[in-house]
Write a protein that binds this ligand. Structure first.
Ligand SMILES: Nc1ncnc2c1ncn2[C@@H]1O[C@H](COP(=O)(O)OP(=O)(O)OP(=O)(O)O)[C@@H](O)[C@H]1O
Length: 992
């Protein structure tokens, strides 16, 4: 057996002592007496080996197997002559493997000597499904089992009982001579039993030598066709194979013969016929025996075997034993299953040999008992079937034995057998000779083949060498070629690189030259362009100046053209008149030429009527001039009746939400539009309540935020007319910063442009009444009590302005002040723009662009009437006062504070002057401030003064608003010149 089997653990199902004691000694052991180790394939080997080891002291100590006598051999062909006996379908190992405690498959096999199990020992690793080996001869030949590997140990048939393998090299086992078994002997390769690691030679009796001869048998089978073999030889081979299988589990040899235990028990073994027990013969031994037979058979006594056979006590029929043992086995399996299913049940003491929970399971606690039991059961069934088959085979064999016995008894049969033996020997010798010649042929062929192989090998080596050399040569050439090509390519590459590099350098230098040229050209072009641009700018400036001059020329030409057109129109009118006159005169001439009296009377009447008409026209013209003069006097009286100093109030609208909350300002009398109610800030009443007073103010006119400049000018246009009539008129705007003074006075549709436009229109109309006017305008500002000329640019040297009063004419003149003749209405816009630019404007916290000076637009109007020789000289002063905010509120510092102080001072002086005028005081403090000094003849006397008090609608400016309104009320209550009714207003408390 294989050496590894020794390493296998012993079955835990039975103590080793039990099984080892049971195996070798008991020749009649039943199934129950077999240990699990024996029945277990893994343990079986050990058990067998141990058993064998105990039985044999060693192969070397055993005597050589006794050669079979002819008598012993005589019975064999008989059994072999029954080829119809079916081979066992179950392998020995498959029988052994599923066995449970107390069951020994070897014993089973031994007890049924008629059921040979021609399987290999390796079948313990093969399941029962392995295809059964029909018989020994069937395992040989092509297409049979695969050849065993060399690792396999020696066969069971030769090594153990035939001879020792000690000191016998394996190589010597090849090419064995023909054995006593005829063709079988030479078919099998005799393999020596292998030395086990423990030094013992394992018995191969548990294995079968069926596989071993396979390798050699292939060639030999091809040499010896089965059809050529005698039928009886085949039968003999099979019988021998069967015998060897059965004997595998047999006892040690007795007297040089290996006799199984079963053969000792039963004399019915087929090979026992004519002999005392079966002979264990492996192939090696068979070959030896064959030689022995050849040499010793003639002198071999025949009778002992026969006697031995005859003397063999007939063993009781094993069928019954088998059946009993099968029953026991079945019962044991059932019990085991029951025990498995009811683990709490104590095992019966009588069934101790079975697997119980008390069994020594330490080594196999991990086994799956159910699976194992299932396996055992299935294997048991298979075994049962095999045994059934074996029994039938046994019966057949028994019949054959009986027949053989009959032959033995019959001397004729013995002689027949001898003859047959002789024939067989002859045949064997003949076959041996053939085999020798065949072997020689084989050797020769082998030698030839080897020679051919050597030759071929040398040829191959030569060719491969040549090929290698050629290949090396080719490789060298290829390498050289590759190197050469690479060198060439490298050189070409370098040359190309040099070439392109040079080209690139050239290109680069050329490009850089071009770039430099381009840069130089670009720089020159840029210079030219900048020069051209400068020239163009100069041209543009020239063109602009030319355009301006052309424009002014055009204006002048247009004016001239207008005048000429007028003249043409007048001339054409005159021409038409003259033509009419001419026609009339011609008619008159014709009439006169007619020289009739009627014509003379008619002419005289017409002449008289013409004279009347001329007289009436003159009277009407005189009346008209007189009426104009009367209108002026009446108008002036009307103005004086309205008051020479008038106060109007204007509330500007809220510009946007960011300005803050709106003050509570009401306009209660929309009919007269003369009242304004301002709700004052919160106050504490005497009772401690928080109250807000509603302060009513009344003026000549109150303008709501919705009123535009046009409507406001309608109110002051009469004052402009007064100026045209020769009165001094002063219209000024008073109010805190941002209340809308400049907007009312100097904006594009403010009072100044509107007044000048009105004056132009009126002057044109007055020409019909023989009035011609000259208009001069000047713009000054009072800043920090200094007079500034706003029409002289700040860049120019400004001379100091001085105020001169002409008491006789009641006119004021400002020396060194630029005066502009207003010969067209457009001139006023340019004057206003120029003045606005030169006006002192500084940033304050109250208003970003607050006017820090009082500006005064002075328009002198001088009119002459050619018809009446009348002359009038009036002055229209349009004053935009500086912001009237209080110093505390404005938080002015430094220069701003000084400005504010001067502003407040001049405003205070204005109030004082107005108050003095109202009181009719003999001394009017005009000289207290530059402003009042400048406006001396426009305040008081027969001058007309209009003060606009400007009101901011914001809650934040409420206090300033009230202050301004109170100042305006004071002015409004001033009586200058004519009597004026004064109304008293009373404050009331609003609902808070
Ligand atoms: N009636 C109005 N309708 C529309 N906008 C107005 C009106 N009155 C004043 N404004 C605007 O209010 C702003 C302040 O007005 P304005 O400059 O005339 O105030 P001011 O009293 O002259 O201030 P300052 O004393 O600082 O010169 C301006 O932007 C102006 O256009």
């Amino acid at each position: 057996m294989e050496s590894r089997t020794e390493n296998m653990k012993p079955s835990g199902l039975r103590p080793p002592s039990q099984y080892s004691a049971a195996v070798p000694s008991s020749t009649t052991m039943g199934l129950q007496e077999m240990t699990d180790s024996e029945s277990n394939a893994r343990s079986r080997t050990v058990a067998a080996a141990q058993g064998m080891k105990r039985a044999y002291t060693g192969p070397t100590t055993q005597p050589e197997a006794k050669r079979k006598t002819l008598a012993e051999r005589a019975g064999e062909p008989i059994a072999a002559n029954k080829p119809s006996i079916p081979p066992p379908t179950v392998t020995a190992s498959s029988l052994i493997r599923p066995a449970i405690k107390g069951t020994s498959i070897a014993n089973l096999a031994g007890s049924h000597a008629q059921a040979p199990t021609a399987t290999t020992a390796s079948s313990r690793y093969a399941p029962t499904s392995r295809p059964p080996v029909t018989n020994f001869s069937q395992t040989l030949g092509p297409g049979s089992r695969p050849p065993p590997t060399n690792a396999r140990p020696g066969t069971s048939m030769g090594n153990n009982f035939g001879q020792s393998t000690y000191g016998r090299p394996r190589a010597t086992t090849r090419s064995r001579p023909v054995t006593a078994m005829g063709d079988r002997g030479i078919e099998g390769e005799v393999v020596q039993g292998q030395q086990q690691p423990n030094g013992t030679k394992l018995s191969s009796s548990l294995r079968f030598s069926v596989r071993r001869p396979v390798r050699r048998s292939v060639s030999l089978d091809s040499l010896l066709q089965p059809s050529e073999r005698p039928r009886d030889e085949l039968g003999l081979s099979k019988a021998m194979a069967n015998l060897s299988v059965d004997d595998a589990v047999g006892e040690p040899p007795k007297g040089g013969q290996v006799i199984t235990k079963r053969e000792q028990q039963m004399s019915l073994h087929p090979r026992g016929a004519g002999t005392k027990g079966g002979v264990v013969v492996n192939w090696r031994e068979q070959k030896q025996l064959w030689g022995q037979v050849k040499s010793a058979s003639p002198s071999q006594p025949k009778t002992p075997n026969r006697e031995k056979t005859a003397a063999q006590p007939k063993t009781p029929c094993p069928d019954k034993n088998l059946e009993v043992e099968f029953e026991k086995l079945g019962t044991a399996i059932k019990s085991a299953r029951r025990l498995r299913n009811s683990p709490t049940k104590s095992p019966s003491p009588t069934k101790l040999p079975y697997l119980t929970k008390d069994s020594n399971l330490t080594s196999f606690t991990g086994w799956d008992v159910d699976e194992r039991l299932d396996g055992i059961e299935s294997q048991f069934k298979a075994m049962k079937e095999a045994m059934t088959t074996s029994l039938s085979d046994r019966k057949t064999l028994e019949d054959a034995v009986d027949m053989a016995k009959t032959r033995v008894v019959n001397p004729q049969t013995v002689s027949d057998l001898e003859r047959e033996k002789q024939k067989l020997d002859n045949r064997n010798v003949q076959l041996q000779g053939e085999l020798d010649s065949l072997q020689r042929q084989v050797v020769q062929l082998t030698l030839d083949l080897e020679g051919e192989q050597r030759k071929h090998k040398y040829n191959v080596e030569d060719m491969s060498r040549e090929h290698r050399q050629a290949l090396d040569e080719l490789r060298r050439e290829l390498k050289d070629e590759t190197d050469r090509m690479q060198r060439t390519h490298r050189e070409e590459l370098e040359a190309l690189e040099r070439h392109y590099r040079a080209e690139m350098e050239d290109e680069r230098s050329q490009k850089s030259r071009e770039l430099q040229e381009l840069r130089a050209r670009l720089g020159a072009e840029q210079q030219d362009l900048s020069l051209a641009i400068l020239g163009k700018e100069r041209e543009i400036q020239d063109m602009r100046s030319q355009l301006e001059s052309v424009k002014s020329d055009l204006d002048r030409e247009q004016t001239i053209k207008g005048g000429l057109q007028k003249q043409i129109a007048e001339m054409s009118t005159t021409a038409m008149t003259l033509e009419d006159r001419n026609r009339a005169l011609r008619a008159q001439i014709d009439f006169l030429e007619s020289d009739s009296k009627q014509q003379s009377d008619s002419f005289a009447a017409m002449e008289a009527r013409l004279q009347d008409a001329l007289r009436i026209a003159e009277e009407a013209r005189q009346k008209l001039i007189k009426e104009e003069t009367e209108r002026r006097i009446l108008f002036n009286k009307y103005q004086e009746l309205k008051g020479n100093i008038r106060v109007m109030c204007r509330v500007r609208p809220v510009l946007n939400e960011s300005e803050g909350n709106q003050a509570l300002i009401a306009f209660p009398d929309l009919k007269t539009s003369a009242q304004i109610d301002v709700t004052g800030p919160e106050e504490r009443s005497s009772l401690g309540h928080t109250i807000r007073k509603v302060i009513p103010f009344e003026f000549d006119r109150v303008f709501t935020p919705a009123i535009h400049n046009e409507e406001i000018f309608g109110e002051i246009s009469q004052l402009v007319q007064s100026a045209l009539d020769g009165f001094n008129v002063c219209i000024f705007c008073y109010g805190q910063t941002g209340s809308g003074k400049t907007y009312t006075m100097s904006s594009s549709d403010g009072m100044i442009p509107r007044a000048t436009h009105m004056i132009y229109e009126t002057v044109t109309k007055l020409k019909e009444k023989s009035w011609t006017y000259t208009m001069e305008g000047s713009f000054v500002e009072v800043y920090n009590e200094e007079l500034n000329d706003l029409l002289t640019p700040n860049t120019e040297q400004k001379r100091k302005l001085e105020i001169r009063h002409d008491d006789a004419r009641k006119q004021t003149t400002v020396l060194n002040c630029k005066t502009v003749a207003l010969d067209s209405p457009n001139t006023v816009e340019s004057i206003l723009q120029q003045a606005q630019n030169n006006r002192s404007v500084a940033a304050t916290k109250a208003n970003e662009r607050s006017s820090r000076s009082h500006s005064v637009f002075i328009l002198k109007l001088v009119g002459e009437n050619s018809a009446t020789n009348e002359r009038c000289e009036g002055t229209l002063n349009l004053v935009d006062l500086a912001g009237s905010e209080r110093l505390k509120h404005s938080q002015a510092e430094g220069d701003r504070m000084k400005e504010t102080q001067n502003i407040n001072k001049s405003l205070a002086c204005l109030g004082d002057v107005i108050e003095a005028l109202g009181r009719g005081s003999g001394h009017i403090p005009y000289r207290n401030s530059k402003l009042t000094h400048l406006l001396q003849y426009s305040l008081g006397g027969n001058s007309k003064t209009l003060m606009f008090v400007m009101v901011s609608p914001l809650e934040a400016h409420l206090k300033e608003t009230i202050t301004s309104l109170r100042f305006a009320t004071k002015v409004h209550n001033t009586h200058i010149g004519t009597a004026k009714s004064t109304k008293k207003t009373k404050e009331r408390i609003s609902d808070c």
